[in-house]
Ligand binder design. Structure first.
Ligand code: SF4
Ligand code: SF4
Length: 167
């Protein structure tokens, strides 16, 4: 299992084309979604996210209205204050959590300081086992995520073998 983040970046970039082709290939072939999710779950169980936290460092975090309400309540501030102090509106992704040089504004060391009230997308990340929509619809993001997330990189490598993926 590859967990070194420098290697994940290097190999994830190397596999990016293949991972994009794999996504398209999956669309045209039958596969057992339950089996693939179980494999992703196994990979998740073997990787310690508190030793990584790379997604909190490199990815932006969209915030829904419900996320904002939960977080404002958790931080004991008014919703308007939360939105002003902790989020920013972007053109591409709508409202997202603010970031500083270390990544997400709520990241402390490798830990999430608002873990109990973290946004839904953080709870579901990296969206292999759980997520909105079908697994195929979520595959769209995976070639990018395989460059920084050890769970995604290793899972895609295992899935390619399992499904007999041919370029
Ligand atoms: S809210 Fe917590 S889990 Fe979500 S990106 Fe920020 S630090 Fe990470
Ligand atoms: S979800 Fe991926 S990138 Fe995020 S902490 Fe876990 S292994 Fe690291």
């Amino acid at each position: 299992m590859l967990t070194d983040l420098v290697q994940i970046k290097r190999f994830g970039e190397k596999q990016r084309d293949d991972n994009q082709k794999f996504r398209a290939w999956l669309k045209r072939h039958n596969f057992v979604e339950r089996r693939l999710k179980a494999m992703a779950q196994d990979v998740e169980a073997k990787i310690d996210c508190t030793a990584c936290a790379n997604c909190c460092r490199v990815a932006t975090t969209p915030v829904t209205e419900r996320d904002a309400e939960n977080l404002a309540r958790f931080l004991r501030v008014k919703l308007a204050v939360f939105l002003r102090d902790y989020t920013v509106e972007t053109e591409d992704e709508g409202r997202v959590l603010k970031r500083d040089k270390n990544g997400c504004i709520f990241l402390e060391g490798n830990l999430c300081s608002v873990y109990e009230a973290r946004p839904n997308t953080c709870e579901l990340f990296p969206h292999l086992v759980k997520g909105n929509g079908s697994l195929l619809s979520r595959m769209w993001h995976m070639p990018d995520r395989a460059v920084y997330c050890p769970i995604v990189y290793n899972t895609l490598e295992e899935w390619k073998v399992e499904t007999g993926f041919k370029k």
